[in-house]
Design a protein around this ligand. Structure first.
Ligand code: THU
Length: 127
């Protein structure tokens, strides 16, 4: 699975985004170290705090199916610019895979790769 292919899967997942309040749609595709891919979209709620980001949707889907080791996560949004994961999603990523690669999509459509440890240094962990 190339970074570009993972971005394409995130784009497909964004079709299912439920974002009537922000009108900001997000899609994510999570590549497990065993090669399996889980996708997710943001799911908003009229009680705003109950909303869930695309990244956590994908991660929770994977964890609930027995996966805990992640290689990469690709993120796209309807916003136009590169979209980075929020702090809560970064914390959730770190719980399972502090070596995860984060793939964003540049304006020209090409992938941009970030290392978790560079964008979330000194995150909270019980280790
Ligand atoms: N959102 C995500 O799904 N992922 C991010 O990385 C940033 C924000 C969602 C949450 C909310 O549904 C909408 O985007 C606007 O904040």
């Amino acid at each position: 699975m190339t970074d570009k292919e993972l971005l394409e899967k995130a784009e497909e997942a964004m079709r299912y985004a439920y974002a009537p309040y922000s009108d900001f749609k997000v899609g994510a595709a999570l590549l497990c170290t065993d090669g399996e891919v889980f996708t997710g979209c943001n799911v908003e709620n009229s009680s705003y705090g109950a909303s869930n980001c695309a990244e956590r949707t994908a991660i929770f889907k994977a964890v609930s199916e027995g996966k805990r080791s992640f290689d990469s996560i690709a993120i796209v949004s309807s916003g136009g610019d590169e979209t980075f994961p929020c702090g809560i999603c970064r914390q959730v990523m770190g719980e399972f895979s502090p070596d995860i690669r984060i793939i964003t999509r540049k304006k020209d459509g090409s992938p941009s790769v970030w290392l978790f440890k560079d964008i979330m240094p000194k995150f909270f962990s019980l280790e």
